[in-house]
Design a binder for this molecule. Structure first.
Ligand code: KIV
Length: 286
């Protein structure tokens, strides 16, 4: 954990090959989870469009709108976190025109994000340049980009061939040239992530991209075991909160049905005088 406050400029130079500690990024979509990840000491909280699958019950991220993302960024910002907040640009918020993209990114910044993230390579360069000109820091995202699920034909590991790996390295360099301060690498072989990381001056943050990246990101719900589905291979689960929460609610249901809840200690009492006036027995004030 770093002791200096994290900022976009401090992240821009966080390369492990220069001796910097790895960047820790975790998603959060609401005030309680933002508070938890901030208190745990992460560097960056990503308000990811994966809110679609993890909170809103959608099958993919294509359903999430800029209105949704603005609301979730604002909820995370209300946690008054000390880590950097990155807001994910949802599908169709940066695909129609450059001015539209800048306007939508500004909505996430005004909601409390310090930077935005968007998916894609060479075709995103004009958007990234415009955002940077508008003083909006941009995190890139390459490899398995979930907003491309239809064109990828599913969630598949990317850049498996030498040609695709070379193209990914070129895309990463182009994003760096356009002004990105970091790049998420998702779902690519470890050696490809290692080559991308070595070829850049800005940090890479991996998810399913092996150990050579300059940082790692996981989805909060996967990490703490809140998801409904079996998590992908690259996830390490550090808790089983869904199971713990189910057991807690089941215990409550049992206690209500047996009459064990509420007990005396969970009950407000009136004075003996009031209880008497109501025709009841003795009762302590509490
Ligand atoms: O939305 C998200 O959770 C992401 C991470 C997978 C990087 O983009």
């Amino acid at each position: 954990m770093t002791t200096e406050p994290v900022s976009i400029p401090s992240l821009t130079t966080r390369k492990r090959r220069h001796g910097a500690p790895p960047i820790v990024m975790v998603t959060a979509y609401d005030e309680p989870s933002a508070r938890i990840v901030d208190q745990a000491g992460v560097d960056v909280v990503l308000v990811g469009d994966s809110v679609a699958n993890n909170v809103l019950g959608y099958e993919d991220t294509l359903q999430v709108t800029i209105d949704d993302m603005e609301r979730h960024v604002a909820a995370v910002a209300r946690a008054k976190v000390t880590c950097v907040i990155v807001g994910d640009m949802p599908w169709m918020s940066y695909h129609l025109s450059v001015p539209d993209a800048v306007g939508n990114a500004a909505r996430l910044i005004r909601a409390g994000a310090q930077a935005v993230k968007l998916e894609g390579g060479l075709s995103r360069v004009p958007v990234v340049e415009a955002l940077v000109r508008a003083e909006i820091p941009v995190m890139g995202h390459l490899g398995l980009t979930p907003q491309s699920v239809l064109t990828m034909g599913g969630y598949r590991v990317q850049a498996r061939s030498a040609a695709a790996a070379t193209a990914l390295i070129e895309a990463a360099k182009a994003l760096q040239g356009a002004g990105c301060f970091s790049i998420v690498l998702e779902g690519i072989p470890d050696v490809v992530a290692e080559a991308v990381t070595a070829s850049l001056e800005i940090p890479t943050i991996g998810i399913g991209a092996g150990p050579s990246c300059d940082g790692q990101v996981l989805v909060f719900h996967d990490l703490v075991g809140l998801g409904a589905r079996k998590p992908p291979k690259f996830v390490r689960q550090y808790a089983q909160l869904a199971a713990a929460a189910t057991a807690a609610v089941a215990a409550f249901a049992r206690d209500v049905r047996s009459g064990a809840f509420p007990g005396d200690e969970e009950t407000y009492h009136a004075s003996a005088e009031v209880a008497m006036a109501l025709g009841g027995g003795e009762s302590a004030t509490n």
